[in-house]
Design a protein around this ligand. Structure first.
Ligand code: UD1
Length: 429
């Protein structure tokens, strides 16, 4: 199993290209199930989760080809991949595949819309919480599906097709919003989704679906209206920049000090997180090339944050912000409201000398003047990168084990940080 070794102490200076967003690429790839035509996605990041979803979609009958070289020759350009689901050969998504990646459960929406039936394994437990699927089930039932649970599978059917309706989510869910939007695109009549997720990835999926011929308005706000159409066609769509990768590197620069331009991204995607970073002492400006993050000289100020659905502070940046706060000049409080078990990085940060105490959903972080390198364990995707951020300022050597978590969501991390002066290397095997 690969590990990442970091020697802390270097400031970051230079340019980091920001990849296409993993959390947009996954639902966009799944949308290819909705048409027998070719969906071409540009700027697809090279990540383990993308490869895994390609395998899962292949199981349903999606063929894919990659334009040009498999690996982009430049770190700045993601791949262009063509997805074609000429015929759906299997409407079952088996446990062996769904349990490896929760987002693959989302195939239930397009399969039900196009084939009027789907048999999809329940995703099962997940390291960061129980993550139920009740909202997906309720929403699809409102569109006329019958849903049974059989031996760990959700068996969904819509004889004669889905029918548009009005549905108000009792709780904001990114995944359930994606699924309902995809399903309603091919339903008869109009669907109105209230209390929809407002994440930029939802608006990106809607833009792609509209390019495929769907009639969706309001995506990016909490009310989305979808007028169903009888068929969707192919389209070409560019995946938007990854706001979590953007925020992660911005926090890394705030941590080490330095001056880095995050190429190809912009502040609108993560304003709340950038405001918190600004309060902590970083200077952030939009430039024609991307987002410039600078911190020179001054210490890191303590800042309290509470995670919330977009446009609030993203839960996917909570661990990274906590890493930054471990070196602040005072006490900060970080509250997690989205997932009930998303503090696994606390124990690992403590191994580097951080002072953090937990009380329910709130972490109290007392800044310390120094962190000291140690071997640590990656526990989930975002937690693992928080350990890298801490390692960048820890004295001596930090070795992050189980980096396969990191590879699910961060493309060429060691290369990107290394190019800006960090001493980071991957140890294979
Ligand atoms: C997506 C992101 C993930 C991010 C999360 C929250 C992708 C691939 N993943 O995950 O990185 O951390 O949004 O921003 O885009 N819930 C229910 N019932 C349901 C569905 C969800 O109770 O049927 C709960 C979840 O347990 C959680 C909350 O709703 O507490 C939000 O989850 P959701 O927005 O659905 O997260 P994902 O779409 O899985």
């Amino acid at each position: 199993m690969d590990r990442i070794r970091i020697r802390g102490g270097n400031a970051l200076n230079g340019t980091i290209p920001i990849s296409g967003a993993k959390n947009a690429a996954l639902p966009l790839m799944i949308a290819s199930l909705l048409t027998d035509d070719t969906l071409t996605l540009e700027n697809v990041p090279h990540l383990a989760d993308v490869e895994q979803l390609i395998r899962i979609l292949g199981n349903h009958g999606v063929d894919y080809t990659v334009s040009g070289k498999r690996l982009a020759t430049q770190a700045t350009s993601g791949r262009t991949i063509h997805f074609t689901a000429r015929t759906i050969v299997d409407t079952t998504a088996p446990y062996e595949l769904v349990s490896k990646m929760r987002a693959s459960f989302w195939v239930i929406g397009p399969l039900l819309a196009r084939c009027h039936k789907a048999r999809v394994s329940l995703p099962g437990g997940c390291a960061i919480g129980t993550r139920p699927v009740d909202l997906f089930i309720d929403g699809l039932k409102v569109l006329g599906a019958t849903i049974d649970i059989d031996a760990g599978y959700i068996v969904a059917e819509a004889k004669g097709g889905l029918v548009g309706n009005r549905y108000t989510f009792p709780k904001v869910s990114v995944g359930a919003t994606h699924v309902l939007m995809m399903a309603a695109s091919l339903a008869k009549g109009q669907t109105v989704i209230e209390n929809a997720a407002r994440e930029p990835e939802v608006a990106d999926l809607a833009a792609c679906l509209n390019a495929m011929g769907a009639k969706i308005s309001g995506a990016g706000t909490s009310t989305i209206t979808i007028d169903g159409v009888t068929a969707l066609s192919g389209a070409r769509h560019r995946v938007l920049p990854d706001r979590i990768e953007t925020g992660t590197y911005a926090m890394a620069v705030a941590m080490t000090g330095g001056d880095v331009t995050l190429e190809g991204t912009h502040s609108d995607l993560l304003q709340t997180a950038l405001t918190a970073l600004g309060d902590a002492g970083a200077e952030i400006t939009d430039t024609p090339n991307g987002l410039r993050v600078v911190r020179n000289g001054n210490g890191i100020r303590p800042v309290d944050v509470v995670t919330d659905p977009f446009p609030g502070f993203p839960t996917d940046l909570q661990a990274q912000f906590m890493a930054l706060m471990t070196r602040s000049d005072g006490v900060s409080h970080i509250t997690e409201t989205i997932f009930e078990n998303r503090f696994m990085h606390v124990q690992e940060l403590a191994r580097l000398g951080a002072k953090i105490s937990l009380s329910g959903q709130m972490a109290r972080v007392e800044g310390v003047p120094r962190l000291v390198g140690a071997p640590v364990m990656a526990t989930d995707l975002r937690a693992s990168v928080s350990l890298v951020i801490a390692g960048l300022v820890a004295e001596g050597e930090t070795v992050v084990n189980r980096v396969y978590h990191l590879d699910r969501g961060f493309e060429r991390l060691e290369e990107k940080l290394g190019a800006c002066g960090a001493e980071v290397e991957r140890i294979s095997g």
